[in-house]
Design a protein. Structure first.
Length: 197
């Protein structure tokens, strides 16, 4: 019973040190998740996606989708910028710059693909959205954002194969619901983790 490990003070015990390290890593991950707050862009993006078919039908015309996303995209981007800028906790500067770069690339890519392929391949802009969400999932280490990226990829492939109006409406509705559901799950997870500290 007189091992070297037992003779160490409690603070120097390797088991205690490993436990403390795990605790610090868990708190760091929780802080990162709190700063990332992925629920906000997923929620407003999901709402905009659900509203898209109705808004596009109201706008009317061949360029209706381009007009809708040309307005909704920047509104979402500005809303996210204001949300993150006014939060008391922020991501590290490098990650914040990476997030801004990804968001800009996502919007520009989606608009360019949307206007270049026109009505023939309505799922093409979703490929840019999928790539952007995949990058955000990697940046934020978020499997939840990865789920939304996967839903957008499935919708993009379906619409590229068959871009009928009915399938487009179903795809918008499905991806919007997935995005909103994941946003609520992310918010609830974040709240439960912060309440257990």
């Amino acid at each position: 019973m007189n091992s070297a490990q037992q003779s160490l003070p409690a603070a120097q015990n390797p088991d205690d040190a490993a436990g403390q390290l795990r605790y610090v890593e868990a708190r760091r991950a929780a802080g990162h998740q709190l700063a990332a707050a992925v629920w906000f862009p997923l929620l407003i993006g999901g709402i905009a996606t659900i509203a898209a078919p109705t808004a596009i039908a109201l706008i009317g015309g061949a360029a209706a989708s381009g007009w809708y996303w040309g307005i909704a995209g920047p509104v979402i981007g500005i809303s996210c910028a204001v949300f993150y800028a006014t939060r008391p906790i922020h991501l590290p500067v490098q990650e914040a710059f990476a997030a801004v770069g990804i968001a800009i690339a996502l919007m520009v890519g989606a608009l360019l693909l949307g206007f270049s392929v026109g009505e023939s391949r309505t799922g093409a802009p979703l490929l840019a959205v999928t790539a952007g969400l995949g990058a955000f999932a990697w940046l934020y280490r978020s499997p939840l954002v990865g789920m939304v990226a996967a839903a957008n990829l499935i919708a993009a492939i379906a619409l590229i194969i068959n871009s009928s109006g009915r399938l487009e409406q179903i795809s918008y509705l499905a991806t919007g619901i997935v995005s909103c559901t994941v946003a609520i799950a992310a918010l609830l997870t974040m709240r439960s983790e912060s309440s257990t500290e």
